[in-house]
Ligand binder design. Structure first.
Ligand SMILES: [Zn+2]
Length: 142
């Protein structure tokens, strides 16, 4: 792919999205379900009706694997794809620090009115980590 110039019909609205957004939208990374996930988070936003579900497989406080399912707009799909790439292999504490701004920056920017879609990625990860922490506490109490 490197250095290859893709030729396609130029549409004006394409210019709103960076090449990275288009790439992650067309070829989202880490899509799917982790059957034995130990942290699952599901969030949604009313604005574009995006729903995002994040699955984490955490071992020794490190995110060994991450997968997501997103029913939503292109920006939500690109944001969740990029977010999973950013936290994979990272300590849980690092993943907790991930902001929607960092996701948007990694995508070379999102249009202002689509920033809320990257917020969803941040929230989905936080919610999955909280789910993990809750079940870890339960296991410890038993
Ligand atoms: Zn959206």
């Amino acid at each position: 792919m490197t250095g290859q110039i893709m030729k396609r019909n130029k549409e004006d609205n394409m210019a709103l999205y960076s090449e990275k957004v288009m790439d992650h939208f067309r070829n989202p990374r880490n899509v799917g379900v982790i059957e034995d996930a130990n942290g699952i988070g599901e969030v949604g936003n009313a604005k574009c009706g995006d729903i995002m579900k994040m699955y984490l497989k955490i071992e020794d406080d490190v995110i060994k694997d991450v997968k997501f399912e997103t029913f939503g707009c292109g920006s939500a799909i690109a944001s969740s794809s990029m977010a999973t790439e950013l936290i994979k292999g990272k300590p849980v504490s690092d993943a907790m620090q991930l902001t929607n701004k960092a996701v948007a920056e990694a995508l070379d920017g999102l249009p202002d009115y689509k920033m809320h879609c990257s917020v969803l990625a941040e929230e989905a990860i936080r919610s999955a980590i909280e789910d993990y922490k809750k079940s870890a506490e339960k296991t410890a109490q038993q």
